[in-house]
Ligand binder design. Structure first.
Ligand code: SF4
Ligand code: SF4
Length: 474
């Protein structure tokens, strides 16, 4: 009989909506979390196996306080054993807040006449980036509203502009993007600018809830859901997904994120680089009734469950969360946080020239701690703040997967690079008290390292940094 490839071909599911809300609800309804099943599931994750949606639903439905503590402890153990004590730092930079959409929860929505619309000029972008470099930032995420002014060519232009700013010893080594969905051609254009991760959040994975909150272009649930498929088709394999917690049932959203991860892995052989989980808390400023707001304790649960479910995906926690909770969540598996964040357009440069606008600058600084405070605090917690961008620049893609699965990867690359980028920060930007604590941490880390070629090379690279060379990495 003749071989008929059509008959055996796997159906092409690329760029097709892939979320079935009934499947997710059935998963949650059918998951009966007896203690043994929950413990087995935690053990599977700790033995580096990826969890299925059914297994994740078991963890989500566990309400017994003792089991919840075991889930959190499992996430803490996984983070400690696999990822060690590094935390990657970045800063968001809002380029423009013009928007044609009308998402009810957002201050930039088109119907909000009180919003002051602004797009940074090229000169202002350069000033903002120079200010960020003066803080010691090396990794940015550029954020844009959805507007014809912010098309793919404009995004590519701003990315190139960001890479080109070199102030003193400063430079931006990785520029990620958070912007509206593009078509395939648009994604090709932004890829040529050398972007890092392209991040698009689905906000809520439930189509019905989605339709309640979104007006304008963004109301097209399927177009947004398939955006990162188009990015993959255009050759962007480094993508970030996310949900805005507080719009719908948090357990559903966790499974939505997992389903999205499964889809990207199945179709493109690479899952999302990062998952974000911003949380709406303030009902007064936003037209959301608060029914689905997530409490602090549930938020810790959901981060722990995500850590166990997708152990090799980066988890990003935004500076919206209070410092104490952020410190706690770092222990449960968050791998990246923003530091020194300012979300008002043009605010980084303004804060530096505080005499020009004292009240605004002070308010922003009181609300959002400066980068050095965060670095100082991380060092006090025995965490290594890292600005590492090496895999991306060495062409090592799928880095989170390598971190997780390649034996010795963290010892060979991540820890030495974290130490080198911290040393650079201490030499160039840290005040004396942070510098002293930071070098003590580096000494402790070096003492913990195995003797051998990696340690030797690291010592040499540290000497190079001290003698004035920059951007040393493995
Ligand atoms: Fe706000 Fe983004 Fe919606 Fe525009 S598309 S209203 S910026 S959330
Ligand atoms: Fe990330 Fe690679 Fe740096 Fe490790 S070495 S922190 S995986 S960029």
């Amino acid at each position: 009989m003749m071989f008929n490839p059509q008959k055996y071909a796997i159906p092409d599911r690329r760029m097709q909506p892939f979320i079935d809300p009934d499947e997710i609800r059935a998963c949650l309804q059918n998951a009966r979390p007896d203690a043994r099943a929950v413990r087995d599931t935690i053990a599977r994750s700790l033995s580096r196996e990826r969890l299925s949606m059914q297994e994740t639903a078991l963890l989500l439905n566990a309400e017994d306080p003792e089991l919840i503590e075991e889930i959190k402890e499992g996430a803490r153990q996984l983070k400690r054993e696999i990822y060690g004590n590094r935390i990657v730092l970045f800063a968001p930079l809002y380029i423009g807040n013009k928007c044609i959409n009308d998402c009810v929860y957002c201050g930039f929505r088109a119907s909000n006449r009180e919003a002051v619309r602004k797009t940074l000029s090229d000169e202002e972008i350069v000033q903002e980036i120079a200010s960020l470099e003066d803080q010691g930032q090396k990794r940015l995420i550029l954020v844009y509203g959805e507007h014809p002014d912010y098309d793919a060519h404009y995004i590519a232009h701003t990315v190139k502009l960001a890479y080109g700013v070199k102030k003193g010893r400063g430079e931006i080594r990785r520029v990620n993007i958070n912007a509206a969905p593009l078509d395939i051609e648009g994604f090709r254009v932004v890829k040529t600018a050398g972007i890092g991760t392209y991040q698009i959040f689905q906000e809520t994975y439930d189509p019905q809830a989605y339709s309640l909150y979104h007006r304008g272009h963004k109301a097209d649930y399927a177009y947004r859901l398939t955006a990162l498929d188009r990015a993959q088709e255009a050759g962007i394999d480094d993508v970030g997904i996310g949900a805005l917690f507080g719009l719908y049932d948090w357990k559903f959203e966790v499974l939505g994120l997992l389903r999205h991860t499964n889809h990207l892995e199945a179709c493109y052989k690479v899952g999302p680089h990062t998952i974000s989980f911003p949380r709406i808390k303030d009902a007064s400023a936003r037209q959301v009734d608060g029914r689905y707001f997530v409490s602090d304790s549930d938020f810790v649960r959901l981060v722990s469950i995500l850590r166990l479910a997708v152990p090799y995906t980066g988890l990003i926690l935004t500076a919206r969360e209070p410092a104490a909770l952020r410190d706690e969540l770092i222990q449960f598996g968050v791998s990246q946080i923003d530091g020194g964040t300012k979300i008002e357009i043009g605010a980084y440069a303004e804060a530096q020239n505080r005499h020009k606008d004292l009240r605004r600058g002070q308010f922003l600084i009181n609300d959002d701690r400066p980068l050095n405070d965060i670095i100082d605090e991380l060092i006090s917690m025995d965490m290594i703040p890292s600005f590492c961008t090496s895999c991306y620049r060495m062409g090592r893609t799928g880095e989170h997967f390598m971190e997780f699965s390649v034996p010795g990867f963290i010892k060979r690359y991540c820890t030495p690079n974290a130490i080198l980028t911290l040393a650079e920060y201490l030499l160039d930007y840290a005040p004396e008290h942070t510098s002293r604590k930071g070098w003590e941490l580096i000494e402790r880390e070096m003492a913990r390292m195995d003797e051998g070629p990696v340690k030797k090379k690291l010592e040499q690279k540290l000497e190079l940094l001290k003698s004035g060379q920059r951007d040393c990495y493995f």
